[in-house]
Design a protein around this ligand. Sequence first.
Ligand SMILES: C[S@@+](CC[C@H](N)C(=O)[O-])C[C@H]1O[C@@H](n2cnc3c(N)ncnc32)[C@H](O)[C@@H]1O
Length: 204
Amino acid sequence: MTAEFWDNIHQTKQHDVSWWQDSASLWVDLFDHCTTKMTDGIIDVGAGASLFIDEAAKRGYWPLFVNDLSITALNEIKERFKNSEIAVQIRPSDICDLTLELPVGLWHDRAVFHFLTSSEQQNAYKKSVLRNTTSDANIILATFAPSGPEACSGLNVKQWSAEQLAEFFAPDFTLVFSDERVHVTPWQSEQKFSVVVLKRVPRG
Ligand SMILES: C[S@@+](CC[C@H](N)C(=O)[O-])C[C@H]1O[C@@H](n2cnc3c(N)ncnc32)[C@H](O)[C@@H]1O
């Protein structure tokens, strides 16, 4: 879907969106399964206006990058960091087209990969992960589970189990941690997610 589509959602709905997590409900425990150096940096892809990158900053990750198709969402994050000593760098683009100046040690994606429903898009995404991460990076991925929603924002999604995610990213990544999680939307409905933490396998 286009940048205009997503920017319109962020402009009109702001935080009144099904995926919103307040700071108390962020899945920050997933940081504990990651072993790459915090000084190798982090990118939150399809970040929206999520508070996740703020938590990464508090833990000492640097440099901090956020990507999204929506410039409105990215500008909201930038504004939050305006008076902080820590800079956040915004990278508006389709996630499949992203090329960072330097690869990062941690890639975080909550509820973005599942919008890529064709194998062509999924393969382009994997290439972007490989292009933009260090040789020992971790990736955190959260997608709708097989028993989760079939669509979001009017768009069909591809539901994934943790096993399917691990299989798709093998042999370049191995599974470190997996979980099924329930996200409670701001209007109290439940959505099941598959969550994985993967570790990149260095190539000799
Ligand atoms: C369901 S929201 C999740 C936002 C955030 N990750 C969170 O958990 O709060 C999906 C986000 O992905 C962005 N998005 C959708 N397709 C994208 C793509 N191909 N490349 C980059 N961002 C994309 C949307 O603008 C939106 O902010």
